[in-house]
Ligand binder design. Structure first.
Ligand code: FAD
Length: 382
């Protein structure tokens, strides 16, 4: 059967993971066309701003939980076997087991911990984190070393806490690694800024043939792309500070005393990627500019939650690499992984992952790839 020509719009984690999984199947010639590519930092491009870690917020029994479940196995495999992808394991006891197994020396990082305060109940951030904060979340079955933290080990003001092994992704390494894997498999990349989703058919020229199917991985901009214009996708603004200090641990908490749309988390990226201090969860806010007073609050909260960052000293001892703002592409009803016939062209959508684009990436991409196959099979019969 002749190869099918597929264009993927978008080079964020959704587009690149979909491309990676398509590249593992034969029968496709693929080109990724995107306004922004790895290496760019822009308010319309969420992926570089993410921490990014694996802390599932999906609710038990949902499609989103299935996507997260499938993704864990792939991320863990990359962390263990592909160090060049820029993912490390956050969890000492799990690493000790691996160390003993491989008989080699790795850097040991503490388990990931998440804390809960009763006073945050009902806030936007505590609602967002409700499964993550639960004493018996669905993911305890798949993540190593899940445990409740004894009350006497919790800081004052914290009512409950759990710990588990996780991973942290250095997005500055991981996104280019995904590109490299796809280049190695013979796929192409081009810059483009489409007004309408069907304009993507124009890149068929670069493959010397017409396009059989379009995959739409435009994230937040799916809200503005002609032919899609999905108004249920909205930004949730996340402001961060990236520092050189290494916390040695990955921590988060259900809320802050500074308002329901501010959050506090600390995660150190793999391979010298710095430590990301977050943050905010400001729904409907498109502002790309750093708010300096929010930046100070983020740093104060981070050193309080995680004194090891500065050896118990104040924010003056944080060594800042950069401040940043990214917009999580959140969609009412969850990520859209669907196929749709637009005009006489099949479009497979994979957008709207909100604050979970990395931790659900392989699950969503796998379903998108299945839909590509299904749609092209249908076309063959038309
Ligand atoms: P994007 O990365 O935004 O990519 C969209 C792509 O589409 C870009 O290449 C863009 O140029 C292209 N595009 C858009 N419109 C057009 C057009 N018209 N023509 C051509 N190209 C177009 N997730 C986690 O799993 N774990 C975390 O710890 C985490 N932390 C986060 C922290 C912050 C501060 C933020 C902002 C996000 C965080 N996320 C996290 C969420 C994650 O970053 C997103 O879910 C994910 O990056 C979305 O990826 P995407 O590929 O769908 O969209």
């Amino acid at each position: 059967m002749p190869s099918k020509n597929v264009v993927i719009i978008g080079a964020g984690v959704a587009g690149l993971t979909t491309e990676l999984l398509l590249s593992e199947r034969s029968g496709y010639r693929i080109i990724v066309a995107a306004k922004h590519m790895p290496g760019d930092y822009d308010i319309e491009y969420a992926s570089p701003w993410a921490g990014a870690n694996y802390m599932p917020v999906s609710v038990s029994g949902t499609q989103a939980a299935e996507w997260d479940k499938k993704t864990w196995a792939r991320l863990l495999d990359l962390a263990l076997n592909r160090p060049e992808a820029g993912i490390h394991i956050q969890g000492a006891s799990f690493l000790v087991q691996i160390l003993l197994y491989h008989g080699c020396l790795l850097i040991i990082r503490k388990e990931c911990e998440i804390y809960s305060r009763s006073q945050d109940k009902g806030s936007a951030t505590a609602d967002w984190f409700s499964e993550l904060l639960a004493p018996n979340p669905w993911f305890k079955e798949i993540i190593p070393n899940f445990r409740s933290i004894p009350k006497d080990k919790l800081s004052p003001g914290v009512d409950a806490g759990t710990g588990f092994t996780s991973v942290c992704i250095n997005t500055a390494l991981y996104l280019p690694w995904l590109v490299s894997e796809c280049l190695k498999n013979g796929f192409r990349f081009t810059r483009a800024d489409f007004k309408h989703v069907l304009d993507a058919r124009s890149v068929g020229d670069q493959l010397g043939d017409s396009i059989d199917l379009i995959v739409n991985c435009t994230g937040l901009m799916a809200s503005r792309l002609g032919g899609v214009e999905d108004k249920s996708v909205v930004p949730v603004r996340g402001q961060i500070v990236v520092v050189r200090n290494d916390a040695g641990e990955m921590v988060g908490i259900s809320g802050t005393d500074d308002g329901g749309d501010e959050v506090c988390y600390v995660m150190t990226r793999a391979a010298g990627g710095g430590t990301v201090l977050g943050g905010s969860y400001q729904k409907g806010n498109w502002d790309s500019q750093v708010d300096p007073s929010l930046a100070v609050r983020i740093m104060k909260r981070a050193v309080e939650l995680c004194p090891s960052l500065t050896g118990g000293k104040g924010i003056g001892h944080l060594d800042i690499i950069r401040h940043g703002v990214g917009l999580r592409p959140i969609r009412e009803g969850g990520t859209r992984v669907e196929k749709e016939r637009i005009g006489n062209t099949w479009v497979v959508h994979n957008y709207g992952a909100g604050g979970a684009g990395y931790q659900s990436s392989f699950g969503c991409a796998q379903d998108a790839v299945d839909l590509v196959k299904e749609a092209l099979h249908t076309t063959a019969k038309l």
